[in-house]
Design a protein around this ligand. Structure first.
Ligand code: PXP
Length: 246
């Protein structure tokens, strides 16, 4: 029997709320502990260059928590010298390279691995040599998938944002793009993850794609936590992912 699909809980937006008042509450590390206890398999956090939510101290504390709990930390980061140095210092289980523009509200599209192949290959080599799994956040595009394999990534995370926003026929079109990219990635030896904008319904839909081994979900879970609590939101997502209807 194949292993269950892993759930990475992205706790960035706990830090967004904390930073709105500049204090220490709510603490993303406490949220990470709750998420792991409630069925999350790992923690995902994006250290943005502008530190708008997660801070360097958060990464330090999250690294310690994940090491103690024996759970993976997936560090999302832009490909910069500063971020590479931080990744090498903390040695998370995985580094997920994402595109980053300061003016964006969230990560709006995937990496252009085709155009940045040399830089990606160099970063993938450096991170892999330090025992860090390299994940590339890409749109479900055939050329980007092939380039990701060529630069030496172990993982691709398919951007599900367009799929989640698309309605009607376009939703089906986006689903097929994800399914095709996942199939190709798997056939090239890549582990396939997916994330961005997922909720209970869209998570269940993408899990019909058998090559997907991990979902990384943040904003929806933190939003749901306002109404039902983080443990219940993560628990329900876990139940959805296990295919058990609540
Ligand atoms: N995966 C990646 C690579 C991301 O950049 C993000 C957003 O930070 C997520 C997953 C989670 O997206 P969301 O917060 O919309 O669930």
């Amino acid at each position: 029997m194949s292993e269950r699909v892993r759930l990475g809980v992205n706790i960035d937006h706990v830090a967004t709320v904390r930073n709105a008042r500049g204090g220490s509450h709510p603490d993303p590390v406490r949220a990470a502990r709750v998420a792991l206890a409630a069925g999350g398999d790992g923690i995902t956090a994006h250290l943005r260059e502008d530190r708008r939510h997660i801070t360097d101290r958060d990464i330090e504390a999250l690294s310690a928590l994940c090491a103690e709990a024996g759970r993976p930390l997936n560090l999302e980061m832009a490909l910069t010298e500063e971020m590479l140095a931080i990744a090498l210092r903390h040695r998370p289980h995985a580094a997920c390279l994402v595109p980053e523009r300061r003016e964006e509200v969230t990560t709006e599209g995937g990496l252009n691995v085709v155009a940045q192949a040399d830089d990606m290959a160099r970063a993938a080599g450096t991170l892999s040599a330090a025992g860090i799994r390299v994940s590339l956040f890409i749109d479900p595009d055939v050329e980007q998938v092939k380039a990701s394999a060529a630069v030496g990534a172990q993982v691709i995370e398919l951007h599900t944002g367009r799929f989640c926003h698309a309605v009607g026929d376009a939703h089906g079109v986006e689903f097929r793009r994800l399914a095709e990219a996942a199939r190709l990635g798997h056939s090239l030896g890549l582990e396939v993850h997916a994330g961005h904008g997922l909720n209970y319904e869209t998570a269940a839909e993408v899990l019909a794609i058998p090559e997907i081994r991990e979902l990384n979900i943040g904003h929806f879970l933190i939003g749901e936590a306002v109404f039902i609590g983080l443990d219940a939101a993560v628990g329900r997502m876990r139940t959805v992912m296990d295919g058990i209807t609540a």
